[in-house]
Design a binder for this molecule. Sequence first.
Ligand code: MG
Length: 247
Amino acid sequence: MVKIKKITFLLPLLSLLAMSMHAQTKFKPEDTEYYSPELRTVTTTANGAPSDAIVLFNGTNLDQWIASNDRNKAQWLVHNNTVTVAPGKGNIQTKDTFEDFQLHIEWKSPEVRKGEGQGRGNSGIFLQGYYEIQVLDNRDNPTYVNGEAASLYKQQPPLVRVLANNDAWHSYDIVYSAPRFNKDGVLLKKGSVTVLHNGVLVQNNTQIEGTTEYIGLPKIIAHGAGPIILQDHGDLVQFRNIWIRRL
Ligand code: MG
């Protein structure tokens, strides 16, 4: 009796499987292959930006940037193919604005290690001007985990703490989907961000709850395209090799 019950239970499954196999045999390989639209071609080199990227900083000038406070020329120091925060001069931001993008940026902590916690090698990358991916000297420097390097600041810690050799350059590869709002400013879809820190996944499609706030909860502020902002937190953090691809 038990056996009959089992067979009865299996029959629909077996017939489904048989139907599926029969359907598959009717296909030819080319039935599930297509050729158009053709792919756009992107060429790459070992260390440079992909051919379809907008180079935001190539080591020579800050032509793509302005000071955030007065919209005048960005005053950070360019030397040796890097740009260094000029403490007190304020944040700098891209002239261009962006929605969804892939951003590559490299950074290095100050050579002189001083301060601790959030006071050591702090800078940051604000996506669309609102959402900070933290830059911080994370070598033997305890702080709150959602304020560590590669955190979505005060919202989401990185999945792991990525350490590099002393004085090494770090890279962030950031894939960002902007939040969407309707014409009345109502949030339709949260923004999200994926970050690789030195090639290690640290933010995996993290949902962005709102603006980065030092005090208090994230706020939902409707906005359109926005700039990339680099933070002057008073520390001599360096950046280099910055490029972005619109998605
Ligand atoms: Mg910061």
